[in-house]
Design a protein around this ligand. Structure first.
Ligand SMILES: [Zn+2]
Ligand SMILES: [Zn+2]
Length: 397
């Protein structure tokens, strides 16, 4: 791999890529509605002369795949997500969102521009490559259920693919840095839905009713012992209750309480064991208070588990592109990404490209209405995607 050539080519593409990113930023589309974005991407890929171009996945017109075919050899996929969030932008920039109520507040506009830039460089390098690159522009990463990754896979996006790479621009990490991690890097995300039923009645005569609110209050406290008392302290998991609904007014004991929560973990054993623990505590607490509990867990996204060998290829590429001083191991993160769905099928790696820079106002968290990136990170992103593609083709042969 010729890192200097790749970095120079990415540098030359920076101003054009910034323009692309700003155009996409001004025209955000939320999950499963990335139709104009997909058409824009498709037009770019056609102009580049890529082959096997498909647009429209999951029964929608969103999502694009295309191939750069360079003869016999491995097939490596490079993935970008494309969706914006239902957030009203508060940045006062010339390229602010023109779709009121939608905003690229996670940086996926940057991901699209980066992958388009990498496609341009890889195309120019085609005579020296052996194998093929599959470009995947995926809708609905944020939506969770149904996840865009799942639908793309069902519709054949990774058929014949040997390995996959994807990145996230990361405002918590300073521009110029690249972070990698072997094994679990992002958590699974599941939804807890509990209904505790009692018997409604007059608030003044609790002995004539069965109060589900007291049971629910105890339940919320009791499930905290799953992470503090039941799991190995070295295993990470989260049980967070985000919504409790019940009752109508101050003097009525309601019939039922509905509880919604978020479950996160890294290891499959922990993930699947949470459901039994929640049901056992729910049933036990409910019966102690003469109520009943119904526990349902909706499994949404697996954790993101990076393949050690593919991550080594990525890390080595990062050392050449960013330099050893700016290449570091990422901590595991409790947030989730539907990139993990690809990794249930094929080996790959998901990595982070620093895009934070307080001097440019790029230090707000992802999903904030003030979120922004340091656009210089786009050059690092293009270099990294290109370098990973080239190295993986070489090393997986
Ligand atoms: Zn996000
Ligand atoms: Zn994101």
């Amino acid at each position: 791999m010729n890192a200097e050539h790749i970095k120079n080519a990415a540098g030359e593409l920076l101003s054009e890529t910034v323009e692309t990113r700003r155009f996409l930023h001004a025209h955000p589309e939320v999950s499963w509605h990335e139709i104009e974005t997909s058409k824009y991407v498709e037009a770019h890929l056609r102009e580049l002369g890529l082959t096997n171009i498909k647009r429209g996945f999951g029964g929608t017109e969103a999502g694009v795949t295309a191939d750069l075919d360079c003869g016999d050899g491995p097939r490596v996929a490079l993935r970008s997500d494309m969706d914006a969030l239902p957030v009203r932008e508060e940045n006062d920039v010339p390229y602010r969102s023109q779709n009121d109520g939608a905003m690229h507040a996670c940086g996926h506009d940057g991901h699209i521009s980066i992958l388009l830039g990498a496609a341009r460089i890889l195309k120019s390098m085609a005579p020296s490559l052996r194998g093929s690159i599959r470009f995947i522009f995926q809708p609905a990463e944020e939506n969770g259920d149904p996840s865009g990754a799942r639908k793309m896979i069902e519709d054949g996006a990774i058929e014949g693919v040997d390995a996959i790479g994807g990145l996230h621009l990361w405002s918590f990490v300073e521009t110029g840095k690249v972070q990698w991690r072997q094994g679990p890097v992002m958590a699974s995300s599941d939804r807890l839905n509990v209904t505790i039923r009692g018997k409604g009645g007059h608030g003044a005569m609790p002995h004539m009713a069965v109060d589900p609110i007291v049971a629910a209050a105890n339940y919320v406290s009791a499930i905290q012992t799953i992470t503090s008392r039941e799991l190995d302290p070295l295993d990470s998991a989260v049980v967070s209750i985000g919504k409790i609904s019940s009752g109508d007014t101050f003097n009525i004991i309601p019939e039922r309480v509905a509880i919604l929560g978020s479950l996160r973990s890294f290891r499959d054993e922990v993930r699947t064991s949470q459901e039994e623990r929640l049901r056992r505590i729910g049933d036990g607490i409910a019966s102690a208070y003469r109520c009943t509990a119904e526990t349902r867990v909706s499994y949404m996204l697996p954790s993101v588990v990076n393949d050690p060998k593919i991550t080594e290829i990525l890390r080595d590429a990062a050392v050449e592109i960013a330099g050893p001083g700016l290449t570091e191991e990422s901590p595991p993160l409790m947030v989730s990404e539907d990139f993990g769905v690809y990794l249930e099928h094929i080996p790959g790696t998901f990595f982070f490209v620093g895009a934070g820079n307080p001097a440019k106002g790029a230090d707000f968290p992802h999903h904030s209405p003030r979120f922004n990136i340091d656009e210089d990170a786009l050059a690092t992103g293009i270099s990294m995607m290109t370098a990973f593609g080239v190295s993986a083709l070489e090393k997986l042969r």
